[in-house]
Design a protein around this ligand. Structure first.
Ligand code: ATP
Length: 246
C-alpha cells in the first residue's frame, strides 16, 4: 500500500504540493490526475525519495522508500520514460538494472515477454519507438517482481494502440493483486483504467474517490475533470504555452 499524509512541498514560498493525503491500495489501479504543473511528478518524486518533502509523509508499506534495503523488489517505477542509455540494447539495459539490484538474470526474458519486447531484446534503444521505450521502462520496473508499481505519465505521446496496451496491462497487474499508482494529465486515458481517482490542481486535491464519486453530476469523468481543473494548468517559465501562471 502507498500512503500520502498531509504531504507538502514548497519551492521558496510557493507550495507546489499542498497538503496531499490519499492511499493507493493493493489490487487496484489508482489514477493520479491533474493538468500540467499540478504537482503530480513532485509528489511521485518524493514518494520515490528522489526529493524531500517540506512536511508530511509519503510511505510505502508504512516506511519511506529510502529506508527499504532493496527497493526494486518492493516498488517498481518509471518516471520520465525508460531512463536508458540509448546506445544499449534492451537486454543490456535490463541486465545492468538486474545486476545492480541483485535480481536473477533469468527474470529478464520474463519481463521482456510480459511487455511484448522479446523480439526486440537485441535492438538498440535508439531504434525504439516511443511505445517500445515505455514498454521497456515498464519491463525494468517489473524486474524485481514488485508488489507496487508507480508510473508517471506512461501513456504520454502514445498512439491509441499503445494506450490500450498500457491500460490492459495495468489492469492485469491490479488483477494479480499489485498496487498500481499511475499519473496522467488526460482523464480520457484513465477513465477505463483506474479504479480510484485522485484529481489535483495547483498542488491540492480537488476530488478523489471511485469513478462514480468523482463524476458526480457530470455526464462523464472527463467533463468532471475539466470542470474541476479548468484554467489551473501551471507552467514553468520558459515553456511556450501558459495557463494563468505563465
Ligand atoms: N525545482 C523546482 N523549483 C521550482 N519550482 C518547481 C520545481 N520543480 C517543479 N516546480 C514547479 O512545481 C509545479 C508542479 O510541477 P510538477 O512537475 O510536479 O507537475 P506535474 O503535475 O507533474 O506536471 P506535468 O504534467 O507538466 O509534468 C510546477 O508549477 C513547476 O513549475
Amino acid at each position: 500500500m502507498i500512503e500520502f499524509s498531509h504531504l507538502v512541498k514548497r519551492h521558496g514560498s510557493r507550495a507546489v504540493v499542498n497538503d496531499i493525503s490519499f492511499t493507493a491500495q493493493p489490487g487496484r489501479v489508482t489514477g493520479f490526475l491533474g493538468p500540467n504543473g499540478a504537482g503530480k511528478s513532485s509528489t511521485l518524486r518524493i514518494l520515490l525519495s528522489l526529493d524531500r518533502a517540506s512536511s508530511g509523509s509519503a510511505l510505502v508499506n508504512g516506511v519511506t522508500y529510502r529506508s527499504i534495503r532493496n527497493p526494486l523488489l518492493t516498488v517498481g517505477s518509471m518516471l520520465d520514460g525508460p531512463g536508458a542509455n540509448r546506445g544499449r540494447t534492451a537486454k543490456a539495459h535490463l541486465t545492468w538494472v538486474a545486476q545492480s539490484n541483485g535480481i536473477p538474470l533469468s527474470r529478464i526474458s520474463e519481463v521482456l515477454a510480459m511487455t511484448g519486447l522479446s523480439g526486440a531484446a537485441r535492438t538498440r534503444i535508439s531504434g525504439f519507438s516511443l511505445g517500445m521505450g515505455q514498454r521497456l521502462g515498464i519491463a525494468a520496473a517489473l524486474l524485481g517482481d514488485p508488489e507496487i508499481l508507480v508510473l508517471d505519465e506512461p501513456t504520454n505521446g502514445l498512439d491509441p494502440d499503445g494506450i490500450r496496451w498500457i491500460r490492459r496491462f495495468l489492469r492485469s497487474l491490479a488483477a494479480d493483486g499489485k498496487t498500481v499508482l499511475v499519473s496522467s494529465h488526460l482523464m480520457g486515458e484513465m477513465e477505463e483504467t483506474a479504479d480510484d481517482f485522485i484529481v489535483i490542481a495547483q498542488g491540492s486535491i480537488v476530488a478523489q474517490g471511485t469513478g462514480d464519486a468523482v463524476r458526480g453530476a457530470h455526464r462523464t469523468l472527463e467533463d468532471a475533470f475539466f470542470a474541476l481543473t479548468e484554467g489551473q494548468a501551471s507552467y514553468r517559465s520558459g515553456d511556450l504555452t501558459g495557463g494563468e501562471h505563465a
